[in-house]
Design a protein around this ligand. Structure first.
Ligand SMILES: Nc1ncnc2c1ncn2[C@@H]1O[C@H](COP(=O)(O)OP(=O)(O)O)[C@@H](O)[C@H]1O
Ligand SMILES: CC(C)(COP(=O)(O)O)[C@@H](O)C(=O)NCCC(=O)O
Length: 325
């Protein structure tokens, strides 16, 4: 068992400041021992992303305490919002609580986001929890090709960042109905005419590689806004890069008999690859696109999260870093 408090810590002999408190899983799990997990084995199977591992134990020990913490944050954010509107002499209306979930391709962000959605829905004050993935804001392939970005899918510049920012800010400001485009992993492209519609949820979860990226400097030299400016809470799902590479390759291999087998799949040509060929192809995509993006753009945002969940080689979450200050 370990707990490390925020403050100064030793790193390579030098003292560095950290705003995080570090908890291991036994310690974290004790924070909600009185709660009963509402999810079943079937729920866990349904919520788990391809290749990911999600046990009932993990739901009880990791996600249930997290949903309790988030429930406390939702209440506190509501009070803070009411204080501001009272100060301004305005009528208090509740606005959605927005949670960002960041991390590498293939780390299992979608599992984390779906489990949280399911658990938060069961708290009486947040029955309506919507989940949006940022892939819907990727430029369509035709536009990526025009910009020379087909080998940069998932990099910050491959997204219509202005549109994503507008979407999150409109939801956060309580708009009745906000629409987002929809991305298909099957066609590997935005699907024209298909949309995600969000109608004043109690909680919005925004999941994607770059959701914690800082704002870009504008042409006039000023710094603009980033989507994370609208987050009430943020989570970074973390693991060693070598583990994630392995998970990416294994998932690619399993997709051969799943999604790739569908003639509509962009990757259909890979369906008949042998294990070795699939390994080489997946490793190539990982090394060419996903690893550089992780190292250059995604990992540098980890310290901006309010909570870092760290996974071991077997995909299980073993360590939590919670920002206390
Ligand atoms: N080529 C693909 N075909 C079908 N589904 C895919 C493909 N690539 C990824 N997925 C699915 O899309 C979801 C998001 O994947 P990804 O962006 O790698 O994030 P993460 O693994 O962190 O959830 C996962 O559920 C994954 O199984
Ligand atoms: C669609 C993604 C960019 C993830 O998007 P996100 O929802 O995280 O914004 C990623 O899953 C992806 O397809 N990357 C391109 C390289 C590859 O095919 O692995």
């Amino acid at each position: 068992m370990s707990e490390r408090s925020p403050g100064t810590q030793q790193a390579n002999g030098a003292e560095t400041f950290t705003p995080f408190v570090e908890l291991d899983r036994p310690m974290w799990s004790r924070l909600s021992m009185e709660l009963q997990s509402p999810l079943t084995v079937e729920d866990a199977q349904r919520l788990r992303g391809l290749g990911d591992v999600l046990s009932l134990e993990e739901i009880r020990e990791v996600y249930l305490p997290l949903s309790r913490l988030l429930n406390l944050y939702v209440a506190a954010a509501g009070e803070l919002h009411a204080a501001t509107t009272t100060f301004l002499g305005e009528k208090t209306t509740r606005t959605p609580f927005v949670i960002g979930v960041a991390g590498s391709v293939a780390v299992g962000k979608s599992t984390t986001a779906r489990v949280l959605q399911e658990l938060l829905r069961r708290w009486p004050d947040t029955p309506n929890v919507e989940l949006v993935t940022t892939d819907g804001f990727l430029y369509p392939n035709a536009e990526l090709e025009r910009r020379g970005l087909m080998q940069r899918k998932g990099f910050p510049e491959s997204y219509d960042r202005r549109r994503l920012l507008r979407f999150v800010s409109e939801v956060k400001s309580g708009a009745e109905e906000v629409r987002a485009p929809w991305y298909s992993h099957l066609s590997y492209d935005i699907v024209p005419g298909r949309e995600v519609v969000v109608r004043r949820p109690d909680v919005l979860i925004v999941e994607g590689l770059n959701v914690l990226a800082p704002a870009r400097p504008r042409a006039d030299g000023r710094t603009g806004l980033a989507v994370s400016d609208f987050f009430d809470f943020s989570i970074y799902v973390d693991a060693k890069t070598s583990y994630i590479e392995e998970w990416y390759i294994q998932r690619f291999q399993s997709l051969r008999s799943g999604a790739f087998a569908n003639p509509e799949s962009y990757f259909h040509r890979y369906a008949d690859l042998t294990d070795d060929e699939a390994h080489t192809t997946a490793r190539g995509i990982w090394k060419r696109i996903n690893e550089p993006n992780l190292i250059m753009n995604v990992l540098p945002t980890r310290g901006r999260a309010q909570l870092v969940l760290t996974k071991e080689a077997d995909h299980s979450i073993r360590r939590m870093l919670l920002r206390k200050t």
